[in-house]
Design a protein around this ligand. Sequence first.
Ligand SMILES: [Zn+2]
Length: 219
Amino acid sequence: MAGGGFVADSFDKPWPGIGVGGSLALDFVNTLDWRLRESPVEQLRTYADLFRWARSAGALDLAQARTLRAWGEAHPRAAGKALGEALEVREAIAAVFQAAARGGAIPARPLARLESAWRAAWAERTLRPKGRAAAWDWRDASPAPERPAWTAALDATRLLTSVERERVRECGDAQCGWLFLDTSRNRSRRWCTMEGCGNRNKARSFYRRSVAGRRRAKG
Ligand SMILES: [Zn+2]
């Protein structure tokens, strides 16, 4: 929760869980905790959270993230709008990849929302000479507040249209809902993290087995 009284600026600290998704778009999805619960836990509560996440994910450098945070403090309404739109794009990406992970058809409305974010992002892209070749870059050196959502939309469409999408998985926990790319050799990754959902679920099934075993022994 944002609030006064912080001694140190926590803005520079890495975002918890960054990298677990294996792609920027999936890490963006994972900024909502306990997605499958009735009341999920939102980690992007303020625009400052959004810019801190984007900095950790590599969508902004530290100077850009700080610039946008300062802009947000000066323009709270516009920043709130940028946050709202970013969450919309995130939920579209989540719906699309949750369906992909579950082997279902990609839902049309979230896909259309993702596409419109992709179009907005591409309007801000430009080709620049790079050595003897050229590379896509952002037109503006100073990033727009939409940059985090745009970067996620670009990565999401790349992932969705590549063979890598077949490796998108949903955490095996009943409530977690985090998504990740399974890059294990035998494609057997079940949990977002072993330390979190993996151990909790293993302890739970161990407990169940031992209770069942004791009941059997008594009966
Ligand atoms: Zn999980």
